[in-house]
Design a protein around this ligand. Sequence first.
Ligand SMILES: [Zn+2]
Length: 141
Amino acid sequence: MANKMDIDNKDQKIIIKGRLNGSQRKRLVSLMNMMYSPSELAEEIGFDRRNVYRIYIPLGCPHIRDEKRYIWINGEEFRNWIKDIYRKRELLEDQAFCIRCKMPIKMKNPIRKEGKGIIYYLCECPNCGRKISKIIARGER
Ligand SMILES: [Zn+2]
């Protein structure tokens, strides 16, 4: 579980949480250029509806709110957005991805750490000073 991973970087943690698995990713192609409610989207892809509110919207998922404050998400926009945010970043060995700077950075003071089923570097962003974790390997959950 995420709370056992001992990772300081909250954004990194929720990105791990909201990442789609293989079969969910395959279902992304079925999303159309139309508006979906969070529960329709969740059903289409097969994730928990609450992920939309707890993970995707806070991470910046494109959406609109109607006059009743209900959330609507365009299927194609969601597909592009989630592919982009969760895609494997091409990083050099001494780089990590800073979510605040939104770009790869050279790891500052990297420390190799091991948590439950996970090996990662904890480092700092040289630009903004944010603590970043870079996952090196993941074992069983
Ligand atoms: Zn940064």
